[in-house]
Design a protein around this ligand. Structure first.
Ligand code: UD1
Length: 383
């Protein structure tokens, strides 16, 4: 830890980084909590531009009330190496210009590790929000990003108590770890009242199919392991088609998935079923779709947490999760991509209502406040 020599009355600059869609709901409450300590900290928001489509970026900024970024690096898509390298190249001069006392990164996307590495090489303390999550699956690009970012970080803020044991096993000292709670759930609790109704969302996309509240499955799919391999994708699409015989499916399609489904020629099969295909929806629409779903099928990390907070049954189409508390305490069941297991789990939810679960500790809407208090305590002592 490096305490800032704060013998002036000037607020100190904290660089905060976002890059991809799941970062936005994590950063929004932190930016809001920082507003309350303006006399101590000036946030400088950097958007790397990893996600650049309006549907993946602008609507989230508007709905979550995130201020316009001070800097947009505009990196866009590319291979992992190209994207990571471009972010690093463009981020370094920003740090030279603004000279922050620390850099704060959230989550596990390429922007997180790229900016973290640049900060540490410049001897600027790195703060990682959502530290310590591990799927123990190194084929997942996010797992590599998590491990590396945590190794680089000076302050590691965790969302669940057990995450600390993952970090201790990797040799990270206990005094760098702080259990602060879940900022994604701060955003959910802040915005739940404004969530879009099912009807408004369907109308917004000119959808004429009949789907009623609490009587549909919500589906999201975007993990490379599920969508990049044609055989796996075809298997999943077949299951979705079958599932839609039992229950209509609403499927907001991520750009990566859209490309893969089109390339594999699977669009026709889906369109013939009771499957409502939507483009990527806004944050408030997604909250509304989750809240009134009978069940959610997903490979997203964020949705596993949000469904646990909302008490909606979640079936995770992956072999593992880095968020085990959503299984042990929440509404999540990990089923992988085996059609038989998926259908068994769906049937169980349809007959018994599924897991009800409980909301984990510190998923209480106050995580960002705890994070900001910890930052002040560590880096701006005496305030
Ligand atoms: C990224 C994150 C993932 C996160 C996901 C949420 C990494 C390694 N992955 O995955 O952890 O769960 O975001 O969305 O950082 N594309 C667009 N418009 C955009 C962004 C992407 O069309 O605004 C297309 C591009 O063709 C791109 C592809 O989607 O190649 C994948 O985007 P990319 O940012 O590489 O990864 P995601 O799959 O979105």
């Amino acid at each position: 830890m490096t305490a800032v020599k704060n013998n002036t009355t000037q607020p100190q600059v904290l660089v905060c980084v976002v890059g991809a869609r799941p970062n936005f709901m994590k950063m929004a409450p932190i930016m809001r909590a920082l507003q309350n300590v303006k006399h101590l900290i000036t946030p400088y928001l950097v958007h790397t531009g990893q996600h650049y489509d309006q549907a993946m970026k602008d609507t989230f900024f508007q709905q979550l009330g995130i201020p316009k970024p001070d800097m947009d690096l505009g990196v866009g898509s590319g291979t992992h190496a190209v994207q990571t390298a471009n972010i690093m190249l463009k981020f370094e001069p920003v740090l030279d210009d603004v000279n922050p006392f620390a850099v704060l990164v959230v989550g596990d996307v390429n922007s997180t590790v790229a900016c973290g590495l640049v900060a540490v090489k410049k001897q600027i303390p790195l703060i990682h929000v959502e530290a310590g999550l591990r799927s123990y699956d190194r084929e997942m690009p996010e797992e590599i990003n998590r491990i590396l970012t945590d190794q680089l970080s000076d302050l590691l803020l965790t969302t669940e108590r057990d995450a600390a044991s993952n970090l201790l096993k990797e040799g990270i000292s206990e005094d760098r770890i702080c259990f602060a709670g879940n900022v994604m759930i701060d955003s959910l609790l802040n915005n739940c009242n404004q969530a879009s109704s099912l009807r408004d969302t369907l109308d917004n996309y000119a959808c004429t199919q009949t789907v009623s509240e609490n009587n549909y499955a919500l589906l999201t799919l975007h993990r490379p392991s599920n969508v990049d391999d044609q055989a796996t994708l075809a298997r999943l699409i077949k299951i979705i088609s079958e599932l839609s015989q039992k229950l209509p499916v609403i499927f907001p399609v991520h750009p990566r998935t859209q490309q893969k489904i089109s390339q594999a020629g699977l669009l026709a099969e889906l369109s013939e079923q009771r499957v409502v295909l939507l483009p990527p929806v806004s944050y408030l629409e997604m909250l509304g779709l989750m809240r009134s779903a009978k069940l959610v099928l997903t490979d997203s990390g964020g949705l596993q947490e949000e469904t646990t907070a909302l008490g909606v049954p979640c079936i995770t189409l992956r072999e593992n999760t880095e968020r085990p508390i959503t299984v042990t305490e929440g509404t999540n069941t990990i089923v992988g991509t085996d059609p038989v297991k998926i259908m068994q789990c769906v049937d169980e939810v349809l007959t018994s209502g599924g897991k009800s679960g409980r909301v984990p500790e510190y998923w209480d809407g106050l995580a960002a406040q705890r994070i900001v208090a910890e930052i002040i305590h560590r880096y701006l002592p005496g305030n």
